[in-house]
Design a protein around this ligand. Structure first.
Ligand SMILES: Cc1cc2nc3c(=O)[nH]c(=O)nc-3n(C[C@H](O)[C@H](O)[C@H](O)COP(=O)(O)O)c2cc1C
Length: 211
């Protein structure tokens, strides 16, 4: 299926077959491909916390305002950004790996690593949070597209209590929880949703001049 077709057909699905299990290697393959998404300076900050344990998911149900997909989907993925990815050690290591793989020479390795280190050193906490949100969101959309391509349905969720979720899953403060994605076999189509006509959302050269 083309990306275009997936985007036209995809719906947020809220009813899942609770008996359906996604094989671990299928989920791993989706995540491996999602990890190829663009990300700032290639610091690779996105983490995927898969929750498929039924007991854990029952605990999360009230935390996610009793959204049934939390327990019925095959898996719930907590999409996380790791603040430690901004640390120099990580940045240097990743660029060294690129050099060792033969993807660039020493001078480009050093240039890219130093540029990334300086870029993040100048950022406030709020700006770093935005950096993580960008990277994790791009990976999340890739995950959703890949899941649909593989014949699954998904729903993205921000409807949960972040502090309670982090406490109940023992997620340390170094991680930013950006969203949850439930994935599984849908049992009921998601309702259709409208979108603004494209000419209402598209501007050219100036935010005041609609195309
Ligand atoms: C960041 C984000 C958070 C969302 N949170 C929830 C949620 O907690 N519960 C829910 O039922 N739908 C949630 N949705 C799904 C949206 O309601 C849905 O994407 C939107 O209505 C458009 O419908 P569609 O995805 O079927 O095209 C969320 C979507 C996004 C992108």
């Amino acid at each position: 299926m083309s990306v275009h077709t997936i985007l036209e057909k995809r719906r947020s699905v809220r009813h899942f077959d609770s008996n359906y299990t996604i094989r671990a290697e299928v989920l791993t393959s989706i995540i491996e491909s999602a990890s190829k998404s663009p990300n700032g300076n290639n610091i690779q900050a996105t983490r995927y916390l898969i929750i498929d344990d039924p007991k854990l998911r029952s605990t999360l149900l009230p935390i996610a305002f009793n959204q049934q997909q939390v327990v019925d989907a095959s898996a719930l993925v907590v999409m996380l950004g790791d603040y430690w990815a901004f640390e120099q050690d990580n940045i240097i290591k990743i660029h060294e790996e690129g050099f060792q793989a033969g993807f660039f020479d020493e001078s480009l390795r050093d240039y890219l690593a130093n540029a990334a280190i300086q870029y993040y050193a100048a950022k406030s906490n709020e700006e770093l949070k935005l950096e993580l949100t960008r990277d994790v969101s791009l990976a999340s959309m890739s995950f959703i597209l890949l899941a649909n391509e593989a014949g699954f349905e998904t729903i993205t969720m921000s409807g949960y209590d972040s502090a309670q979720l982090k406490a109940s899953l023992n997620i340390p403060d170094r991680y930013l929880d950006v969203m949850l994605i439930a994935i599984g076999k849908g049992t009921k189509n998601g309702h259709q949703t409208v979108r603004h006509p494209v000419h209402q959302i598209m501007y050219r050269n100036s935010i005041t001049s609609l195309v």
